[in-house]
Design a protein around this ligand. Structure first.
Ligand SMILES: *[C@@H]1O[C@H](CO)[C@@H](O)[C@H](O)[C@H]1NC(C)=O
Ligand SMILES: *[C@@H]1O[C@H](CO)[C@@H](O)[C@H](O)[C@H]1NC(C)=O
Length: 272
């Protein structure tokens, strides 16, 4: 029983340290660098859901007729190191960098498994789009299989009155938190199985290396379990047997006289 209590203390310790590790990993500070155009607690909360994506450059290359561009996106941080830019476009040939959107002009809307992030106040269009400032829309969707898939450039809309660059990013960050699919009963069951396993393994190790037991004596509390086994066998015998136990004995009693005991027959074979 000493082994058992030691094992459960160990299990408790493991559970506690796992809990600490999980709660240490929430970094929500960095999204403060994003300035929301219409600051509101609910919009800030939507933005904070993206916190796992902080401090990372996401880039994608997109060919456009003869030109090739590399877009770099960062959440509330300098994309590709360009100050104030949340999303930049680099021309791969001319190396010209255009700011598509800035994080001092952010909007965020979201649903249960997606967040749509807007970066506005980018560089002005030359002649297109009424010389307006560029803006980027990043559609961030739930994908449980990945912490963040590569960024995807979907369209650069330039023919409409309102122009924008659209991107897509799949990540588990925006997935709804699922309630544990395990019911209280199955958790108890799993805990029970774990305790039994720890008891058996810990017990065997204890018996083997501390007590120095050999063979079946290595099974922890062997005498107790053996007795329990015998008792339940007796109980089953008592409950389940339909015929009386005396019958076979009585039958054997008749034929017992001509029958030799097998041990006695074997005796002469032993070398003495
Ligand atoms: C993003 O890219 C820029 C330019 O390559 C680099 O200076 C910066 O350190 C990167 N940021 C992160 C968080 O990786
Ligand atoms: C964001 O910064 C840019 C460049 O520094 C500036 O032109 C723009 O007005 C700023 N936007 C807001 C909403 O502060």
């Amino acid at each position: 029983m000493e082994v058992l209590s030691r094992a459960s203390a160990l299990l408790l310790l493991l559970t506690l340290s796992a809990g600490n590790a999980a709660s240490a990993g929430n970094a929500e500070d960095g999204t403060d660098r994003c300035k929301l155009t219409g600051e509101s607690p609910s919009e800030r909360a939507v933005l904070n859901r993206l916190a796992p994506l902080l401090h990372r450059n996401f880039s994608v290359q997109k060919k456009d007729q003869e030109d090739s561009y590399t877009y770099v996106f960062q959440l509330c941080g300098d994309a590709d190191g360009v100050a104030g830019a949340g999303l930049v476009q680099n021309n791969d040939k001319t190396k010209k960098t255009t700011v598509v959107g800035r994080y001092n002009s952010t909007k965020a809307i979201g649903g249960s498994d997606w967040v749509m992030l807007f970066y506005e106040d980018g560089d002005n269009y030359g002649s297109l789009c009424g010389k307006a400032r560029r803006k980027a829309i990043v559609m961030i969707s739930c994908d449980r299989s990945t912490d963040a898939n590569p960024l995807e450039a979907i369209v650069e809309e330039r023919e409409r009155k309102e122009c924008f660059y659209l991107f897509e990013l799949d990540t588990s960050a925006v997935c709804p938190t699922v309630e544990s699919k395990l019911s209280a009963g199955s958790i108890l069951l799993i805990l029970g199985v774990c305790l039994v396993a720890v008891y058996l393994i810990g017990g065997v190790l204890y018996q083997r290396f501390v007590v120095g037991a050999k063979g079946r004596d290595q099974i922890p509390n062997y005498a107790f379990w053996a007795e329990l086994g015998n008792l339940s066998a007796d109980g089953c015998d008592f409950v389940c047997r339909s015929r009386s136990r005396e019958e076979p004995n009585a039958y054997r009693g008749v034929s017992s006289e001509p029958e030799e005991e097998p041990e006695e027959r074997d005796d002469h074979l032993l070398p003495m």
